[in-house]
Design a protein around this ligand. Structure first.
Ligand SMILES: [Zn+2]
Length: 159
């Protein structure tokens, strides 16, 4: 999600959102989401999702160097994602840490904290048809390959 590489595109209607999800492009894309479509963003990917606990949100906030109160709930994550090595239940933190510390380094902590606090618009990342990624467990470092996943908070969703 490099600023320079991103083509600025915005989702402004529910119909556009549905079309983009049903007819995915080959590669993963990130879109700006207009406030009027925000409620539809919150409805995404509710199957097998669980809400992150306050302890898990605090852990995420500490990593990002911000206060847990600043982060916009609800934080939802796929409840099937459990580390096979240490049994950690993966949260937003594991995905965020992978994006910040992985290769390539995709984000800064400040930018992610801004987005999750609602200070930098609403964003949706849509997994492409060839979608496959590795997330690294923030506890033991195990790499976990996944093909489908969802995680979201009030201002950001990955679907
Ligand atoms: Zn682990």
């Amino acid at each position: 999600m490099d600023d320079k590489a991103r083509r600025l595109r915005e989702i402004t209607t529910k119909e556009q959102l549905t079309m983009l999800l049903n007819d995915r492009s080959e590669n993963t894309e990130t879109w700006l989401v207009h406030n009027s479509v925000l409620e539809n963003l919150l409805e995404l990917g509710t199957n097998n999702m669980r809400e992150m606990s306050e302890n898990e949100i605090t852990e995420l906030a500490q990593y990002l160097g911000t206060n847990a109160e600043q982060l916009n709930r609800p934080f939802m994550v796929d409840s099937n994602l459990i580390c096979p090595t240490c049994s950690r239940k993966l949260t937003f933190l594991d995905f965020v840490k992978t994006a910040i510390e992985g290769d390539p380094k995709l984000h800064s902590k400040e930018r992610i904290a801004d987005i999750l606090s609602g200070r930098n618009g609403n964003w949706l990342t849509i997994g492409g048809r060839k979608f496959e990624r590795t997330v690294y467990c923030s506890n033991c470092g195990e790499g976990i390959v996944y093909r489908t996943h969802n995680y979201s908070n009030r201002n950001y969703a990955y679907a």
